[in-house]
Ligand binder design. Structure first.
Ligand SMILES: [Zn+2]
Length: 401
């Protein structure tokens, strides 16, 4: 393999970075597409591509397209060129994994999580588990560490912002703490945004404007606008669960306000109403279990929750004009009982121009979508035009010779 130690060779690698960014983003997955997308000459594209193939960050494989015909040569990031450490922190468990750059799961484990333990002890246990997973992979290039949090996160500062279910974590500097342990970029993001990124990058890469609604114990949403996640100034964009509707019987929310969407339609609120009717329910999972048992009270309340979510979704549609709304989370397992109410209110309240092309669908139930989203977040960022050159420099210096 070529040694890229000299200045000239480093420069040729830097030149190749824009080609790498086009391949990683999926903009170009063949030599012909690279020519068209880069605007460079055939000779330049070939030279720069050869540099990337030479250092082993890009691979060219023969693939038969779904449409059939002869296999064609496809360019992509070489999955085994590095790995990421990702974790999804839930309310009772932490799911940790090592993932390839494909991204595919290479190794995973789950550890118990208690809020009472606090951030330092929890992060210590997590790094221990990450180190164990990484050791099992043998030698490799750590691209980044990426965490999914069940709370609002200020993405730019990499911190949990309260009030949230993780008291004690508010404003704790997770990035600096982990940065002392890993010489790699650290990412911290909210789980709903990561589930949104997963739906977009994995299932609907061609949709530029979409909303993901997580209807679980709480209610939240993530926004893809112009092909990118939209976070807002402090990372709080899409927090539809705490939008309030006035009514004489406005219920008290976990946040302390009256009449929030979540206090009407969240899993905990439906469970509260079912318990008042004498049914045993505490969580969103209990609600869905009662729906699956065809309990009419549970079905009625889930339909009504759908209408409440539809009411707030119609405002979101009027502002953002998405072409797709994907509804996920535990309550989405109630299927049409939830979806019909959302559709009803959105189509009733929005103007035809906003709903003409709009599809409202259920997400496929998938427990590790935030985890895979955390990997996509890393890949989108490290291969972005602004950062890809730094990535290549780091890749070359860590590459085993
Ligand atoms: Zn609230």
């Amino acid at each position: 393999m070529t040694d890229y130690a000299t200045e000239k060779e480093r420069a040729s690698l830097a030149n190749a970075s824009d080609i790498l960014s086009l391949i990683a983003s999926g903009t170009a997955n063949s030599r012909a597409a690279l020519l068209a997308a880069s605007g460079m000459s055939r000779v330049t594209v070939t030279q720069r591509l050869n540099v990337l193939l030479g250092v082993g960050i890009v691979e060219e494989t023969l693939r038969t397209l779904p449409s059939g015909g002869r296999p064609t040569r496809v360019l992509g990031i070489r999955g085994s060129a590095g790995y990421m450490l990702v974790a999804d922190i839930g309310e009772t468990h932490i799911h940790l994994a090592a993932m390839s750059l494909a991204p595919d799961l290479l190794a995973q484990s789950t550890i118990a999580f208690s809020i009472a333990e606090g951030p330092v002890a929890t992060l210590q246990r997590m790094t221990g588990e990450f180190d164990r997973l990484a050791a099992g992979l043998g030698q490799g290039f750590l691209v980044a560490v990426s965490l999914s949090m069940p709370t609002p996160v200020d993405f730019k500062r990499g911190r949990v912002v309260g009030p949230s279910v993780l008291y004690g974590w508010d404003d704790f500097d997770i990035v600096s703490w982990l940065g002392r342990h890993y010489k790699a970029p650290i990412y911290v993001e909210n789980d709903v945004n990561l589930m949104t990124i997963y739906e977009h990058r994995h299932n609907f890469p061609l949709v530029d404007d979409m909303i993901f609604i997580k209807a679980g114990t709480g209610i939240g949403s993530g926004i893809i606008a112009g092909g990118k996640i939209f976070r807002g100034a402090q990372g709080a964009a899409g927090d539809i669960g705490h939008i309030q509707f006035n009514s004489p019987d406005a219920p008290l929310c976990r946040c302390g306000k009256l009449g929030c969407v979540e206090a009407r339609a969240g899993g905990w609120a439906i469970a509260r109403d079912l318990a008042e009717k004498g049914l045993r329910a505490e969580t969103a999972r209990d609600v869905i279990a009662l729906v699956e048992m065809q309990k009419p009270e549970a079905i009625m309340l889930l339909r009504r929750a759908g209408q409440t979510i539809g009411e707030v979704a119609s405002d979101v549609v009027s502002i953002l004009n998405p072409s797709l709304i994907v509804v996920g989370g535990m309550l989405a397992r109630g299927g049409d009982f939830l979806l019909s109410g959302i559709r009803e209110l959105v189509y009733q309240r929005c103007l035809p121009l906003a709903t003409g092309e709009l599809k409202i669908i259920l997400a496929e139930p998938k427990t590790d979508s935030a985890l895979i989203g955390a990997a996509h977040l890393v890949l989108d960022d490290v291969f972005s035009p602004a950062k890809v050159e730094d990535f290549l420099a780091r890749f070359i210096s860590k590459r085993p010779s």
